[in-house]
Design a protein around this ligand. Structure first.
Ligand code: NAD
Ligand code: TYD
Length: 346
């Protein structure tokens, strides 16, 4: 299959390209990526000279560019990962989130419709369901109650994509995965941020009481599921992809401290994230039943491999943390620390 992958220089997109070319499930892949702060060609260095792989730097909001790319590379399917993917950044600066997650998705859907593309995979997130009360687990019919600009824009992209199936019969599938972790994840999300801070003996900023619950999914399990859904999913359907491993944030942080051999003294409770979803919980029964996929990587094993990866890739971490990262860190965490200092809680 000839695939156009968007956002393939990011964390999950690059893992997906490595999986599909590594297992010969794609004959050719073109990676269209804008290379924002989160895009990094180092993530695909091993494929740079593979004749099946091509890279084009460009913005999915640029309709003329998307048309040109698809004219030169007649893809049979589009797997759409490109997004502004971080909740905290979406709170600080919602404009790029709207542009990429909504307008960019629209641009790709229009290009796919014009060419009658054989499959459009909208890679989405369980965050579109919002906070899920105990003891429920969201299935694909669960109401959409996104809380952040990030998740609201993803939900909008999902609905738009599904409308292209209903209205134009574009063969769309939507995947909704839970929180991913693994190698090459930008150190702004919980697990890589805590690992890299711990390795550098820096404080670990836990939002609020740290008892928010997430369902953790190894990135390789996520990519295997997206591949299965690309190949076997039914047009117009939504597929949840969960890791079947619920943990609160403090449990995750404590495991990271143990794996890195650091003390709990590094934990800092800081001002909570506005609109913070308390609990995500996902039912992937439909995906398991209909595609035969199931998660394979246990959390303890996956976390230990991830800690080893960050320890062994200090150069990668240093490069992605240079420049813009420092000012983001200050913008996101600076005020939080100050506020707690004033309250005298540290
Ligand atoms: P990421 O931030 O690591 O990578 C995003 C990639 O998209 C980057 O390479 C970036 O350069 C590219 N990009 C951003 N804007 C673009 C634009 N306008 N045009 C072209 N390229 C652009 O993200 P990720 O964690 O790999 O997430 C990938 C997808 O998976 C996203 O759609 C996200 O919503 C979804 N998802 C992520 C998680 C998670 O835990 N990370 C969980 C579920 C779903
Ligand atoms: P994150 O990785 O940003 O994913 P999401 O918000 O999309 O679930 O955060 C995971 C959880 O960790 C979430 O409850 C927020 C919390 N968190 C912290 O407590 N401190 C941090 O520095 C970060 C980045 C996240």
């Amino acid at each position: 299959m000839r695939l156009l992958v968007t956002g393939g220089a990011g964390f999950i997109g690059s893992a997906f390209i490595r999986l599909l070319l590594g297992t010969n499930r794609a004959t050719a892949i073109l990676n269209l990526d804008k290379l924002t702060y989160a895009g990094n060609l180092e993530n695909l260095e091993a494929l740079a000279s593979d004749p099946r792989y091509r890279f084009v730097r460009g913005d999915i909001c640029d309709a003329a560019l998307v048309d040109r790319v698809l004219d030169e590379f007649p893809a049979e399917a589009i797997v759409h990962f490109a997004a502004e993917s971080h909740v905290d950044r979406s709170i600080l600066s919602p404009q790029p989130v709207f542009d990429t997650n909504l307008r960019g998705t629209f641009t790709l859907l229009e290009a796919a419709r014009a060419r009658r593309i054989g499959r459009f995979v909208q890679v989405s997130t369980d965050e579109v369901y919002g906070s899920v009360p105990e003891p429920l687990a969201a299935d694909e019919g669960f109401p959409l109650r996104p809380s952040s600009p990030y998740s609201a824009a993803k939900a909008g992209g999902d609905l738009l994509a599904l409308s292209y199936f209903t209205t134009y019969r574009l063969p769309v599938v939507v995947t909704r995965a839970s929180n991913n972790y693994g190698p090459y994840q930008f150190p702004e999300k919980l697990i890589p941020l805590m690992i890299s801070n711990a390795l550098e003996n820096r404080p670990l900023p836990v939002y609020g009481d740290g008892l928010q619950v997430r369902d953790w999914l190894h990135v390789e399990d996520h990519c295997r599921a997206v591949a299965a859904i690309l190949e076997r999913g039914l047009d117009g359907e939504i597929y949840n992809i969960g890791g079947s491993r619920s943990l609160d944030n403090l449990e995750v942080v404590r495991k990271i401290l143990r794996a890195t051999g650091r003390s709990e003294e590094l934990i800092r409770f800081v001002t909570d994230r506005p609109g913070h979803d308390r609990r995500y919980a996902l039912s992937s029964e439909k995906t398991v039943r209909e595609t035969g996929w199931a998660p394979e990587v246990g959390f303890e094993e996956g976390l230990s491999r991830t800690v080893d990866w960050y320890r062994d890739h200090a150069g990668w971490v240093e490069r992605v943390k240079s420049g813009e990262y420092q000012s983001y860190y200050e913008r996101n965490y600076g005020g939080r620390d100050l506020e707690l200092n004033r309250l005298g809680r540290r």
